[in-house]
Design a protein around this ligand. Structure first.
Ligand SMILES: Cc1cc2nc3c(=O)[nH]c(=O)nc-3n(C[C@H](O)[C@H](O)[C@H](O)COP(=O)(O)OP(=O)(O)OC[C@H]3O[C@@H](n4cnc5c(N)ncnc54)[C@H](O)[C@@H]3O)c2cc1C
Length: 339
């Protein structure tokens, strides 16, 4: 026997985008169900200090911020499900999705907020020094390295943009690349090469991230020459891995949802609308430019408002309880079917 949960708005993902969509959806009377996925709270749960989320003068902790967002979403009526979606059928409305334990979710609108994970090198010391000198986000963490020596690892647009961004804080930025030329667009390369604060190290790959005595955080990066095999060390305070991101859209392949060639969801410019009416996308899964908690939260709000307008225009029947001001508990609506 497996459960079936029905809702007017199903939200996939519980990062800033998904939880913001849930808050707005609940307050619009849509009784959203949030499927949290394998990382409840999203990417901010794996960081410590957050200094750029508006509303907090003091430094706050990423996991705390996400607990507060979840508590707010639940407070206004969103239901959290500890589940991960493994099957998606968007061929007709209501849409049908399946969780990894066999639970079925039936929804009039679907908000996809599954995020994108930074790719890591897998080098020794990288995971251990995450947040202690090793980062995958210059916009998020560059400020912590004011006046310090930093390195960026990568050769594409992201790496060059991260290196240029870091010159706002550091006069000593080294770009490390395992080949002897960059993949980044020519205009970005020109800006990089003429910047007085940036130097490049060619044909070098990271052998390991080196921690200082007494758990002092990152102090150097050990490099291996990809041509000669020679080992060297670059002393740095911060190492930024910039080798790309993987949007969490594997489960949508073959469903008819329009993805770009990197797997990001294509949303109509300035909206959260996808190519499938009733399906909305928000946060890092549809944004490869900004990738911030505040932009994810902003697009999450847009997705909920777009979903609400879609339901209004589609003239979907509104449950009696919702009209009376008592949002329908989607878990009460569930039916039980043979599995
Ligand atoms: C180390 C680190 C530090 C950062 N620091 C900052 C910072 O200081 N300031 C800032 O603004 N930004 C920061 N960011 C970036 C910020 O975390 C992201 O931009 C933001 O979390 C994106 O939000 P999101 O909701 O789109 O996705 P995510 O936070 O990635 O959340 C995705 C959610 O989708 C769920 N999910 C995935 N697949 C499925 C599925 N199949 N079924 C159900 N659920 C699924 C996951 O479990 C997760 O809950 C940082 C990122 C990292 C990695």
């Amino acid at each position: 026997m497996t459960a079936v949960h029905s809702t007017r708005m199903l939200v996939l993902g519980s990062g800033p985008a998904g939880l913001s969509a849930a808050i707005y959806g609940a307050r619009a009377g849509l009784s959203p169900i949030v499927v949290q996925g394998l990382q409840p709270g999203g990417q901010l749960t794996i960081t410590t200090d957050v200094e750029n989320y508006p509303g907090f003068r003091d430094v706050i902790q990423g996991p705390w911020l996400m607990e507060e967002m979840q508590a707010q979403a639940e407070h206004v009526g969103a239901q959290m499900m500890w589940d991960t979606i493994v099957e998606v059928d968007l061929s007709e409305r209501p849409f049908r999705l399946k969780g990894d334990g066999g639970t079925t979710y039936v929804c009039d609108t679907l908000v996809i907020a599954t995020g994108a994970q930074a790719k890591w090198l897998g080098a020794p010391g990288e995971a251990e020094l995450g947040g202690k000198g090793v980062s995958a986000c210059a916009t998020c963490d560059g400020f912590f390295y004011r006046g310090k020596k930093v390195a960026v690892i990568g050769g594409g647009n992201t790496a060059v943009e991260e290196a240029l961004y870091l010159t706002n804080h550091s006069h000593d930025v080294t770009l490390i690349h395992r080949r002897d030329s960059l993949r980044a667009e020519k205009i970005l390369q020109e800006r990089l090469f003429k910047h007085h604060a940036i130097s490049t190290l060619w044909n070098k790959e990271v052998a390991r991230f080196v921690e200082g005595e007494g758990a002092a955080g990152l102090v150097a990066i050990e490099l291996r020459d990809t041509v000669t095999g020679e080992i060297s060390q670059l002393e740095v305070d911060g190492g930024f891995v910039a080798i790309g991101h993987s949007p969490a859209t594997e489960v949508f392949k073959g469903t008819g949802l329009d993805l770009d060639d990197e797997g990001y969801i294509n949303a109509q410019p300035g909206t959260s609308l996808t190519n499938i009416p009733g399906v909305f996308a928000c946060g890092d899964v549809m944004d490869k430019v900004y990738r911030q908690a505040i932009t994810a939260a902003g697009t999450g709000c847009m997705a909920a408002l777009d979903a609400e307008r879609f339901l209004q225009a589609a003239d979907f029947p509104v449950p009696e309880d919702a009209i009376a001001g008592h949002p329908v508990d989607p878990l009460i609506e569930h039916e039980t079917v043979a599995g």
